[in-house]
Design a protein around this ligand. Structure first.
Ligand code: PMP
Length: 454
């Protein structure tokens, strides 16, 4: 350790080295300029000894926070057992135990008909697998995705993601991808607000039945139950039920991307449970690996039309990630963490609403469980007919910076980069939430002052 952590390695030295040697595509360090020395629970300590509350948590990956005892024990157990650390897709007792835990966490009716596939370790890898699965099973080629959706950075996943800027310079994205309007009350694609989701489902149903829609029968529809990168936008329950009905009636596989929402984040183990629906294909990554890289796709066995070896990959046997993933799932279940997420998320939302009253730049507070978004707007401009104000990305970025200065790490994203996103570890306590709120309050106050809004 000594050799790595020399005293000359302060934040600035490491950040400068990173800037010189790492890709220009690096992203987080540009907005969160720190180098991390240590991390425990919701806290991280930088090289200069400053302590932060981490409400980014590896973009929602660290369900139990940093270095949770059960995660560390699981790693130690694997090491002591001399299990292979890498196995391709060969099985081991650790893998079997992980699969048991995953299937127990699923709604029973889905688990009974489900198969699991281990994919390359990232969320994007598993989404790629899901696209190929439904194309293989249906023989169809079109994929329907949603505006504002994010599914990864590979060619295939970028093709089905809404985000435009990373697409601009990439030619030959996957053809036969079509985008549908996702319900987003504050910036309603239909200009009607609250009932926009009803128009969206009517539009989708019509599009699928219209023999002149221009879109051939799709291989599948992919959706996030709460859009994450799109700006923490929860889909209305009624819309989700409609989407399930529409796809089921037409036998179109519904792929639910729970890479970010899965494993307790929204106050249920899986976000689709809020709507009482079930996917045909469920994609999980981030938290399922209990801090380590892992991704899986779980799907209705009727779709299992692959030939042997039809979708492979070297890194599908990370034993440590399976052990930490299992330990995480078990801890969430045994400690009824989803109920706590529900409670603490509601408290956080309510307190943010109180802050909203004394600020002029918060347009909307939304989300489910501990996946919340705060839409920052410019109150000095004119609202549209729905009362929604234009985005204010410079202010959102200033708030992020003011939070960072006060030892609070959070992300900014969403359309126009104007949504403050909160994704704290699920183990965060009420006292820690109060601390987050205090720092956020001071940060937004100072940022509003800076722009002369107060
Ligand atoms: N799907 C969703 C919903 C995501 O939020 C992300 C990552 N933010 C991905 C897919 C892609 O995961 P990865 O970055 O691990 O490829």
């Amino acid at each position: 350790m000594e050799a790595v952590l020399t005293t000359s390695m302060d934040n600035q030295t490491l950040l400068t080295m990173q800037e010189i040697r790492e890709s220009n595509a690096r992203s987080y360090p540009r907005r969160l300029p720190l180098a991390i020395k240590r991390a425990e629970g919701v806290y991280v300590t930088d090289m200069d000894g400053k302590i932060y509350i981490d409400c980014l948590a590896g973009a929602g990956t660290l369900a139990l926070g940093h270095n949770h005892a059960v995660v560390r024990e699981a790693i130690e157990e694997v090491l002591e057992s001399y299990l292979p650390l890498h196995t391709l897709d060969l099985t081991t007792p650790v893998k079997e135990a992980f699969v048991n835990e995953v299937f127990e966490a699923l709604p029973k009716s889905f688990a009974e008909k489900a198969k699991i596939q281990f994919c390359g370790p990232t969320g994007g890898d598993a989404i790629e697998a899901a696209l190929k699965l439904v194309k293989t099973a249906t023989g169809n080629r079109a994929i329907l995705a949603f505006q504002g959706g994010y599914h990864g950075s590979t060619h295939g996943t970028l093709s089905i993601s809404g985000t435009l800027s990373p697409k601009q310079k990439i030619h030959a994205l996957v053809p036969d991808t079509h985008f549908l309007p996702y319900p987003y009350e504050y910036r309603c694609p239909f200009g009607i607000g609250k009932d926009g989701h009803k128009v969206s489902s009517t539009y989708i149903e019509n599009l699928l039945d219209d023999p002149e829609s221009g879109i051939v029968r799709p291989a599948g529809i992919i959706v996030e139950v709460v859009q994450g990168e799109g700006g923490s936008i929860p889909a209305p329950i009624e819309w989700l039920k409609e989407l399930r009905r529409i796809t089921k009636e037409r036998n179109i596989p519904l792929i639910i991307d729970e890479v970010q929402t899965g494993i307790g984040r929204t106050g249920k183990m899986f976000a689709f449970e809020h709507a009482g629906i079930e996917p045909d294909v469920l994609v999980l990554s981030k938290a399922i690996g209990g801090s380590l890289p892992l991704s899986v796709m779980i799907y209705d066995r009727r779709l299992d039309q692959w030939e042997p070896g039809a979708h492979i990959g070297t890194f599908r046997g990370n034993q440590m990630a399976m052990a930490t993933g299992k330990a995480t799932l078990k801890y969430i279940k045994e400690n009824q963490l989803t109920n706590k997420v529900d409670e603490i998320g509601a408290y956080l939302k309510q307190q943010l609403h109180s802050i909203q009253k004394s600020m002029s730049s918060i347009g909307e507070i939304r989300g489910r469980g501990l996946m919340l978004g705060i839409e920052i707007i410019n109150p000095a401009k004119t609202a549209n007919h729905l009362g929604s104000y234009p985005a204010f990305p410079e202010l959102a970025s200033k708030i992020q910076q003011e939070c960072f200065n006060r030892g609070l790490i959070l992300e900014v994203g969403g359309r126009f980069s104007t949504v403050i996103r909160l994704l704290p570890p699920l183990i965060i306590t009420k006292e820690q939430i109060d601390d987050v709120l205090q720092r956020f309050y001071e940060a937004i106050k100072s940022a509003e002052d800076h722009f002369g809004l107060r």
